[in-house]
Design a protein around this ligand. Structure first.
Ligand SMILES: *Cc1c(COP(=O)(O)O)cnc(C)c1O
Length: 394
């Protein structure tokens, strides 16, 4: 493959695609085909034996999906990537490949609600246990690693409390025992943070969010070492079957092209809205990686390009006050998901994190008055005015 060594903003548009191999088509074509023909029986035999590199059947690989995988691998500075039908298909495939019955998973103190649900399922069905760790020092993290710990699983920023984990610290703690460090990089996208450059082994995305950027696809991706990705492709993904459709891959390739432009605007809008909300008399606490008073601010500077487009805050009052506030919003939509052009707000305690028992949830810092805002691409003044008028009414 002709290497196009270039900067992120260029790679996001060009990497992994050689138009001369596709009749000069500027935009990657959609290979909407379930199967691929062999020119003779012997070629079919060779493809199945892995001696001939061509395609066989779209659950085992598809040319449009492959362009997306190659592009994301390059953006994440990883060797290879594998696309999935959803973020959860990506999380479940990676974790089921890396663990077996009797193993233990050590997690950051706060993870996506369905990842929490998956860990419960692993525990009940396969005796794979887990613990949550604050991961705030190498000493404490090392102490929490058990003899049967098979994976260190990290979200940073943590959804929805926006706490950060120092990735280099986690890698150093895991190194002695060679435990793989897996990072859910959904909140950052590869534009803001590339965990593999900090020594992490695996990166997972819900591509539904910033990578897609337009709220019209549910998808996931896993990035890691070539040999491991090929194994997951040949085993877990082939046999469990959570593949991405060629059309979704095409939409993601289209959305991805504007990732840096969008992330810059998401971040810029978020920092302006943070400044407005920070000292608002009706706001109790605010969680934003770009807050200089945030204890994790130095970690943000160390491993993130920008603080990103996500802000969480709690309003003074009760759960009902928080819901009342949401109901007053006009421009801002009440919806889960994030990374869309539209500004979205949701109430984690009753929505994305409702599956987590209340005591566990409160330990994670998810209070009943907490709201999570995915700052969109609208004029920031319009978003601010909407927040302002709703705050006035509570
Ligand atoms: C949305 C999300 C997921 C799950 O992804 P889906 O595409 O909805 O399956 C996992 N992790 C994080 C941090 C998410 O925000």
């Amino acid at each position: 493959m002709k290497e196009k060594k270039s900067r992120f903003e260029t790679e996001v548009i060009h990497a992994g695609y050689q138009e001369e191999q596709y009749h000069g088509s500027l935009v990657p074509p959609i290979y909407q085909s379930s199967t691929f023909t062999f020119s003779n029986a012997e070629q079919g035999e060779k493809r199945f034996a892995g001696e001939d590199k061509g395609y066989i059947y779209s659950r085992l690989g598809n040319p449009t999906v492959k362009i997306l995988e190659d592009r994301i691998a390059m953006l994440e500075k990883g060797e290879a990537a594998l696309a999935f039908s959803s973020g959860m298909a990506a999380v479940s495939a990676a974790l089921s490949d890396l663990t077996k019955s009797g193993d233990h998973i050590l997690c950051s103190q706060g993870i996506y609600g369905c990842t929490f649900g998956l860990l419960q399922l692993f525990k009940e069905k396969y005796q794979i246990s887990h613990d949550f760790s604050a991961m705030d020092s190498i000493e404490s993290l090392k102490k929490e690693i058990k003899p049967n710990t098979a994976v260190i699983y990290i979200e940073t920023p943590i959804n929805p409390t926006m706490k950060l984990v120092d990735l280099e610290m986690a890698v150093n703690a895991a190194k002695e025992r060679g435990i793989p460090v897996v990072v859910d990089n959904t909140f950052c996208s590869p534009y803001l943070q590339t965990p593999i450059t900090k020594g992490c082994d695996v990166v997972i995305h819900s591509a539904t969010k910033f990578i897609c950027g337009h709220g019209d696809v549910v998808a996931g991706v896993v990035v890691g070492k070539k040999e491991w990705i090929e194994r997951v492709s040949r085993t877990t993904q082939k046999d469990m079957g959570g593949i991405m459709s060629p059309f979704d891959a095409w939409l993601l390739l289209r959305g991805l092209k504007t990732l840096p432009v969008r992330m810059d605007r998401h971040s810029e809008n978020a920092s302006k809205l943070f400044a407005f909300l920070k000292h608002h008399p009706k706001i109790d606490t605010i969680y934003y990686p770009g807050d200089q008073e945030n204890p994790d601010f130095s970690i943000m500077q160390k491993q993130m390009r920008q603080p990103g487009g996500m802000i969480s805050f709690s309003v003074k009052g009760t759960k009902e006050t928080a819901q009342q506030f949401m109901n007053q919003l006009k421009l801002i939509k009440i919806a889960v998901s994030l990374g869309d052009p539209e500004t979205l707000i949701q109430h984690p305690a009753s929505m994305t994190h409702a599956v987590i028992p209340e005591d566990e949830r409160l330990k994670m810092g998810i209070e009943n008055t907490l709201l999570r805002l995915s700052v969109g691409l609208e004029a920031w003044e319009d978003i601010k005015e909407d927040l302002e008028q709703a705050l006035e009414k509570i």
